[in-house]
Design a binder for this molecule. Structure first.
Ligand code: ATP
Length: 263
């Protein structure tokens, strides 16, 4: 389960505050920034996410549950799955993402939009502290290029993302998502904004806060692990990302309509 931020921030956000959960998630990012995990831009990305979480009602909706099920099936069917970790993902829910990688038999790769050796090392240390045995993406000797992105943004691990068939890329940028898709990977993302290019480009978009959804995905993988491969394939082929995203957008519209009537 998600743990609140540092003692200082925990004291500063009383549990009784009506927006306590959101403020505590924010404090995790700030702590992550202070400890060198998160880029400055990452704080802004969190702001964009928060706004959409607000509009979605700050809960895991039906479309997110459906996407999580499809993602669990795709990961269980994968030959070589991987979870890509950036600073925000590490600061928000490193433990859940490590547990997700264990359940899915997936590798972990540190992969940053704003590349920095120090941040890569700090994120790898955090993942190891949470139980990760191996963390890819930090050894320059196994660095490779993902075509379709500029050189700084296209660096991936030869034994990780480059070799993977199914890639989980939380809180990702649209260009890199498109490049992964073009490279023939099945792309799964967590993104609170159903309108983002990443959401629109991925094969499976989980429109939910990663702090809620990462643990749910790990739990679904565990629950579905014994299922017949035919059933898993059916779950994936029954899933339609376009209509699922449309439902998330409708969830926002319905929330707004309800509020507009009450105003
Ligand atoms: P795109 O290039 O896909 O259009 P973007 O430029 O809007 O993306 P980025 O800053 O590259 O956004 O990526 C951050 C994305 O992650 C945003 O879409 C934001 O809504 C989402 N996001 C931020 N925080 C969270 C969170 N805690 N859980 C899930 N999604 C989040």
């Amino acid at each position: 389960m998600w743990e609140p931020g540092s003692l200082t921030t925990r004291r500063a956000v009383p549990r009784s505050h009506p927006r306590a959960e959101s403020l505590l998630i924010r404090s995790r990012l700030v702590d992550g920034f202070d400890s060198g995990l998160v880029a400055r831009e990452g704080l802004l990305a969190q702001g964009r996410g928060e706004a959409f979480d607000y509009l979605l009602g700050e809960k895991t909706g039906r479309p997110a549950r459906r996407a999580i099920r499809a993602a669990a099936a795709a990961l269980l069917l994968a030959k070589s799955p991987i979870v890509s970790i950036n600073g925000n993902a590490a600061a928000l829910c490193a433990a859940e993402l490590v547990s997700l990688s264990v359940q899915a038999g997936a590798k972990l790769e540190v992969n940053l939009f704003y590349a920095s050796k120090r941040r890569e090392q700090a994120i790898a240390r955090m993942l190891k502290k949470c139980g990760a045995r191996e963390v890819l993406g930090i050894n320059p000797a196994s660095s490779a290029r993902l075509h379709g992105t500029d050189s700084a943004r296209g660096r991936v691990d030869r034994d990780g993302i480059l070799a993977a068939d199914v890639v989980v890329v939380p809180l990702e940028d649209g260009d890199r998502t498109a490049a992964l898709r073009k490279a023939g990977k099945t792309v799964i993302t967590f993104d609170l904004n159903p309108l983002s290019r990443t959401s629109q480009t991925a094969h499976i978009t989980i429109v939910d806060n990663i702090t809620r959804a990462a643990g749910l995905l790990a739990a679904d993988i565990q629950r579905m692990a014994g299922k017949d491969r035919r059933v898993l394939r059916q779950t994936v082929s029954d899933y339609n990302n376009r209509s699922n995203l449309a439902e998330s957008i409708a969830q926002i519209r319905n929330n707004l309509a309800r509020r507009a009537r009450l105003a």
